[in-house]
Design a protein around this ligand. Structure first.
Ligand SMILES: *Cc1c(COP(=O)(O)O)cnc(C)c1O
Length: 361
């Protein structure tokens, strides 16, 4: 029986080398060994993306949303407001975090899958000088839409705003040029394109943001960004971390540095191109038009007469786990991610199984 191939957008299939790291020795997080491990992960996370000079890294135990809540809740000066671009579940999640922390918010609410209009963003920036932070989801995993990172970032920079990006499902999967794109705060996680295990996520931010961030009052005990940063700079941790997930992330980052981010992005792009040619050949319809899609995930309309449960069940019986649509899209679409350590022959077999299943419907 072949292994189960995960075509959901994380957690992903990992290499055996990453998996072996889960069973490294028991460790106390207050000992030097953990301190060294944490320092290694923090510096490798910057090295992988070639941003060691200007950025710093903070690790937090928890899924991607933990790091996202940490970044959002810790980055707004009292009295100022956040502009949140929302065209999917994850943009809406940033909006929700703002609501929970009772932030003033100017949101640009769009239909899921609709790319933002730069003119409307600029209008908001012009009209509302109280905006301090512009928040964007790079790859909106809800639909597979890639938002215009560089364009929005350039606007944010032109208006002197802090640019906060949820890169959770795009870091190491889609191209992010930290040199030309003025990202101030980027949120990522171990278990998507970085190819580690769930349990640890991270915030990468510009060192020059530190003085501003330090002035912001602490709003949460567990998720305060500068509190974690201070502790981690001193080699310590505030709370018990998910140690096995850290062991695995360290190895996953070694693999990422060996493969290089550029080569991984290309590998994912090649996989998506191969799969999409196959989907088209089968006669499936795409939710997001060509040119706007990420490298990592494809949303497809459910074929007529096929419900998601049936499709999911057939594919799972053949060793493939696909992903449902969210919210209003759940009756109409299904999603196939190509993140993780997946082999070309597995993608080929997926297309064969999918073709047979769709033909039978
Ligand atoms: C996966 C994901 C998250 C975080 O989800 P978790 O369930 O907390 O891991 C946030 N934003 C985006 C864009 C994602 O794809």
């Amino acid at each position: 029986m072949p292994r189960t191939v995960l075509l959901n957008p994380g957690p992903v299939n990992v290499t055996d080398r990453v998996r072996q790291a889960l069973i490294l020795p028991d460790l106390c997080h207050r000992e030097k060994e953990f301190s060294d491990l944490m320092a290694a992960i923090r510096s490798k996370s910057l090295k992988a993306f070639d941003i060691e000079k200007e950025y710093t890294s903070v690790l937090v135990s928890g899924s991607g949303t933990a790091a996202l809540e940490m970044a959002v809740s810790s980055s707004l000066t009292p009295g100022r407001s956040m502009l949140v671009i929302q065209n999917g579940v994850y943009g809406e999640r940033i909006g929700k975090i703002c609501d929970i922390y009772q932030f003033r918010q100017h949101s640009l609410k769009l239909t899921w899958g609709e790319p933002p209009c730069l003119e409307s963003i600029e209008n908001k920036l012009k009209k509302n000088p109280d905006i301090e932070v512009v928040a964007l989801v790079h790859h909106e995993t809800t639909t597979g839409l890639l938002n215009p990172l560089k364009e929005v970032g350039t606007l944010a920079r032109r208006y002197n705003k802090v640019f906060l990006v949820d890169c959770i499902s795009s870091l190491a999967g889609d191209e992010i040029n930290f040199e030309t794109c003025p990202i101030d705060i980027a949120v990522g996680t171990a278990n998507k394109c970085v190819q580690g295990f769930p349990g640890v996520s991270f915030v990468l931010f510009r060192e020059k943001e530190l003085p501003r961030l330090r002035k912001i009052p602490e709003r949460t005990l567990y998720f305060n960004l500068t509190g974690y940063h201070k502790a981690q700079e001193a080699g310590g941790v505030l709370f018990t971390p998910a140690i096995p997930a850290h062991y695995a992330l360290d190895v996953a980052l070694d693999e990422l540095i060996e493969e290089t981010v550029a080569a991984r992005v290309q590998r994912y792009a090649n996989a998506a191109k191969f799969l999409r040619a196959g989907f088209k050949d089968i006669g499936l319809e795409f939710l997001i038009p060509e040119g706007l899609r990420s490298n990592c995930l494809t949303s497809l309309r459910l074929p007529k007469g096929m419900n998601y449960e049936k499709l999911h069940g057939e594919l799972k019986a053949n060793g493939f786990v696909i992903y449902a649509g969210q919210g209003n899209l759940s009756d109409n679409i299904f999603r196939i991610a190509n993140m993780g350590d997946i082999k070309q022959e597995e993608f080929e077999r997926l297309l064969q199984v999918l073709k047979a299943t769709v033909r039978l419907s």
